[in-house]
Design a protein around this ligand. Structure first.
Ligand SMILES: NC(=O)c1ccc[n+]([C@@H]2O[C@H](COP(=O)([O-])OP(=O)(O)OC[C@H]3O[C@@H](n4cnc5c(N)ncnc54)[C@H](OP(=O)(O)O)[C@@H]3O)[C@@H](O)[C@H]2O)c1
Length: 266
């Protein structure tokens, strides 16, 4: 209703300007208004899409900050049981508390809300060999809360950036970036895939980057690790699409997070 009021007001102002002969300015004014209105409406529609996550077990890596934290909060509010992973346990606990706090405030307005407390499961993706054990731990935690303990959605969001010319980058840094951004997510995906295939349902998401599509100077390790994700997850999609599992590779542009600050150099 508020949007409609603003729209009506701006059309009224434009009409006045038009009467006084400011045609060009009027056209610009109307165009901006319409674009803003369409944008707001489409954003609202996107928010509504989260409802599909109600009652789902959603495992998010890199949930201790940035995109992962924002996603965890949104899916928690949509009624999903989120499992928060990353290395910094204290930060994961902070996100867990923030979710619960946000939920309590919302419950005051809507007592019907059925929100599920997030679970915290620290892990380090630079140790891919440990991912099978972590998946077993996730299954055990979910089973303790009732149900089959299956992960419905895995969001491979965690990642580390790198910044140095290829000629100056230490070989060990190339290795560690590849481990965190590629080998770790692949190992974790393989660890949950069996459960999804057995159930004939599931969704695997991986956060790549525009740099997973095109390389930039000074970003060879990061860009290579993101390109590798496309090769693996595009192939996986072709293998499992007919068995009830969807695979989504997301390529965000710039998002203001701590990613650049935490970039490994040299
Ligand atoms: N920000 C952008 O502009 C942008 C653009 C395109 C794509 N992306 C991608 O978006 C994803 C999220 O990044 P962000 O922007 O939200 O940055 P961020 O705030 O720095 O988040 C990175 C997350 O990854 C986790 N992480 C890093 N190393 C890890 C490891 N060894 N094991 C487990 N978790 C690890 C971090 O948690 P801990 O430190 O607690 O381990 C943190 O939660 C990344 O894959 C990034 O490549 C970001």
């Amino acid at each position: 209703a508020f949007q409609a009021l603003i729209l009506a007001f701006e059309i009224f102002v434009s009409a006045i300007l038009f009467i006084y002969g400011w045609t060009g300015f009027t056209v610009a004014c109307i165009s901006v208004t319409v674009i803003m209105f369409i944008r707001e409406t489409s954003l609202k529609k996107k928010n509504a899409d989260y409802s599909g996550f109600k009652e789902k077990n959603v495992w998010i890596t890199g949930a201790s900050s940035g995109i992962g934290e924002a996603l965890a909060k949104a899916l928690y509010m949509a009624g999903a049981r989120v499992i928060l992973s990353g290395r910094r346990e204290a930060e994961l606990e902070r996100v867990r508390s923030a979710c619960i706090e946000q939920g309590s405030a919302a419950r005051v307005r809507d007592v019907q809300m059925d929100l599920k407390d997030p679970l915290v499961l620290p892990l380090d993706l630079s140790r891919p060999a440990e991912m099978a054990l972590k998946a077993e731990e996730a299954r055990r935690l979910l089973t303790m809360l009732g149900g089959e303990g299956r992960v419905d959605v895995l969001v491979n969001n965690a990642g580390v950036s790198s910044r140095a010319l290829a000629e100056e980058m230490e070989w060990t840094v190339d290795q560690s970036v590849m481990a965190v951004n590629y080998l770790g997510p692949v190992a974790l995906t393989k660890a949950v895939l069996g459960g999804m295939l057995k159930a004939g349902a599931g969704q695997i998401v991986v956060i790549s980057s525009v740099q997973g599509l095109v390389g930039l100077p000074g970003r060879s390790a990061y860009s290579a690790s993101k390109h590798a994700l496309h090769g693996f997850f595009d192939s996986l999609r072709a293998e499992v699409a007919s068995r009830g599992i969807s695979v989504t590779v997301v390529c965000p542009g710039y998002v203001r997070t701590a990613l650049s600050l935490n970039a490994v150099t040299g």
